[in-house]
Design a binder for this molecule. Sequence first.
Ligand code: KIV
Length: 294
Amino acid sequence: MVTVGGEEKEGKILPYHFIKMKKQGKRIVMVTAYDYFQARIADEVGVDGILVGDSLGMVVMGYKSTLSVTIDEIAHHTKAVLNANPRALVVADMPFMSYEISKEEALRNAGKLIKLGAGAVKLEGGVEIADTVKALVNAGIPVMGHIGLNPQRHLVLGGYKLRGKCAEDAVKILDDAKALEEAGAFAVIIEFTAAEVAAEITKRLRIPTICIGSGPYCDGQILVFHDIVGLNPEPPPFVKKYAQAYELLMDALSAFKVEVENGVFPDEGRFYRMKEGELEKFRELIKHKEAKDY
Ligand code: KIV
């Protein structure tokens, strides 16, 4: 039993449970979520982890990339997700330039998200951020790594390209994974990387790997909420849509529009009337008032 926001919540998932799940051969399920109802739905379904990803830049804010996302935006959406009091582990993403400048700044920013109630933070990068990860973990902040394609580095990577296609790149990604594990990360996301590379990394790590677009040989999978439910009409090709939410919402809003235009909504039962006899009184009162005023 763990105390969350003053309430007792049984069976809350903590970072070490992810490592335990890998040992038990239990696949880890994660989704992103950015608001209260998305988090409620994800938690009711029983996912293990909810990532408040910087993908909110694109799917919530409509930015062209994740580079514009700020720590305050992540904090805002983390609060909304935490208000659902999920049993799932809530991981808050560290946005671009919130951890690269100095370890002190990384600690300050990660600390903000943990103080809000996030269960962990996630950072993009490998060998080059291992010291920062170590500093965070030493300060008591659980860290999830993120290797393979790092969207925050798309400008230097030359776009959103598949990683690990050749052996040299695969070695680099494995080095990144090992550096993060050594630094104390409790799990690592492998994004858009050749499946064989993800498989070899998964075999060699004690901590779980969670794939996005990197094949089936990881310890878990994560996808963006809007992509899973079909709210994003142009998801990446590795996504499987489990619903057609964009079309569904269009249908609902169109029906509302037509009903308002035709006077069908609101129908009887969806509005409230005065107490009996009060309408006559009201009319009488305004008749006198209007006669006096005009
Ligand atoms: O921000 C995000 O949604 C992510 C996932 C793609 C893993 O980092």
